[in-house]
Design a protein around this ligand. Structure first.
Ligand SMILES: Nc1ccn([C@@H]2O[C@H](COP(=O)(O)OP(=O)(O)OP(=O)(O)O)[C@@H](O)[C@H]2O)c(=O)n1
Length: 407
């Protein structure tokens, strides 16, 4: 059986990055011969099989990689006469179209190694347009590789712009768009995802709520020299630095200021009420992309509460308790930590404040712990019951917060 390692595993090893999943391409086989060799099929539309021992994915060489409406992946036709080169020719980027045989020899007909060395993301050929998701893939590869010095080749960017103009991006299914956004948020530089999509005229199609922040001025005392769009880029990169790989924090950081596109664009914008105004566009985005509940819930809390967290040190004890209650922190303990990191990214994602500490974080955690130390069971043993327990619990928790503040 002629089997080659392809795609991300070869690319990442050549870049000296830690190896991820290994994908293989198999030449000259049919679904029946794969089954006869003990491989297990994956799904119905994909001629992909799992190795009986390693469980690694082996795809039959194919000449079509179209995404079809309603399909999560490709509609493909396996054909044993398809050569390795024909398969590689239909792939997205030259750096993803390098194959390696079992002896470690590279097969690189489209100059992938040269482009890796030159740090260029270049499409392989005309088949690039077969899958509009590739515009988003380019952007998420930039989120990962821009810190290594990568740029998109001008001819590839021109092609991406034509793909955006064709209107095909709006046919992408939500799950595929969300998956690329998530991979970008898990990468070291999510801002490169946003910038690449903007340059390709695609951000307004796939994330119009995020795109709407560009051109909206920031509050003068923050950084008047950049707009709200640039602020969300800085905040997203800071979140990736503070919580690497945490897409729940990353999504909250990205979307916390969506309301600023809706608050009046005065000469000295103060964006009063943007934290409440942002919830509606955020919910719309989450519904459209079928964002998982964990991501959605934290993003809504961060959107609504980020100003309260910033003001935390000045808040009254009652207001601190309300903030903690609104965060649902008593039921989901990890959430307060993530909220604090998203808010810290907001604060430190401002020019000149990158290395400043964020005292609200440790303080909020400390008060949260003090409030949590009081529980309803303690009060029940004091003979209280029913609605009076709720009131007493509130009072006792406010007292605990007050005591912790003074200690
Ligand atoms: N729309 C797509 C999706 C995938 N591929 C090809 O299939 C390979 C595997 O895809 P995937 O696992 O999504 O990406 P990787 O490149 O492996 O990157 P990573 O694992 O880092 O996500 C890619 O390298 C690329 O050659 C493609 O050409 N077009």
């Amino acid at each position: 059986m002629k089997t080659y390692l392809v795609g991300g595993a070869v690319r990442d090893r050549l870049l000296g990055l830690p190896p991820g999943d290994r994908d293989f391409v198999v030449v000259g086989e049919t679904p029946d011969s794969m089954l006869a060799a003990g491989f297990r099929p994956v799904g119905r539309d994909f001629p992909v099989f799992l190795h009986p021992d390693t469980g690694e994915e082996h795809a039959l060489a194919r000449t079509e990689r179209k995404s079809a409406p309603g399909h999560r992946g490709f509609v493909v036709h396996a054909d044993p006469s398809v050569t390795l080169e024909q398969d590689l020719e239909r792939r997205d980027f030259t750096i993803n179209a390098i194959a390696e045989d079992a002896d470690g020899n590279l097969v690189d007909p489209f100059g992938g190694v040269r482009d890796l060395e030159a740090r260029v993301l270049r499409h392989v050929g005309a088949a690039f347009v077969e899958d509009p998701l590739r515009v988003l893939r380019a952007a998420r590869f930039m989120a990962r590789f821009a810190p290594l010095g990568f740029r998109v080749a001008p001819e590839t960017m021109a092609l991406m712009q034509r793909m955006s103009a064709s209107g095909e991006l709006s046919s992408l299914v939500a799950e595929r768009v969300w998956q690329e956004l998530c991979k970008a948020l898990a990468a070291p530089q999510p801002s490169a995802f946003l910038r690449t999509l903007r340059e390709a005229d695609a951000l307004a199609v796939v994330l119009p709520e995020v795109d709407a922040l560009y051109g909206v001025p920031q509050r003068a005392e923050y950084h008047p020299e950049i707009d709200t769009g640039a602020h969300q880029e800085l905040v997203s990169d800071m979140a990736a630095r503070l919580a690497p790989g945490d897409t729940v924090v990353g999504f909250a950081a990205l979307t916390h200021d969506l309301g600023k596109a809706l608050t009046p664009k005065q000469e000295l914008p103060r964006h009063i009420g943007h934290e409440r105004a942002g919830v509606a566009p955020l919910r719309r985005l989450c519904e459209r992309l079928k964002v998982p509940l964990e991501h959605r819930d934290l993003a809504i809390i961060a959107c609504r509460e980020h100003l309260n967290v910033h003001r935390m040190l000045e808040l009254r004890d009652e207001t601190v308790l309300e903030l903690l209650e609104r965060c649902d922190a008593f039921r989901k303990p990890g959430r307060i930590e993530k909220l604090v990191i998203a808010c810290e990214a907001d604060k430190r994602g401002r020019l000149g404040l990158e290395d400043q500490p964020y005292p609200q974080g440790p303080e909020l955690r400390r008060l949260h712990a003090a409030a949590l130390a009081v529980n309803a069971r303690d009060l029940a043993t004091e003979g209280l019951d029913g609605p009076r327990i709720g009131q007493a619990l509130r009072k006792a928790r406010i007292a605990a917060i007050r005591a912790a503040r003074q200690s």
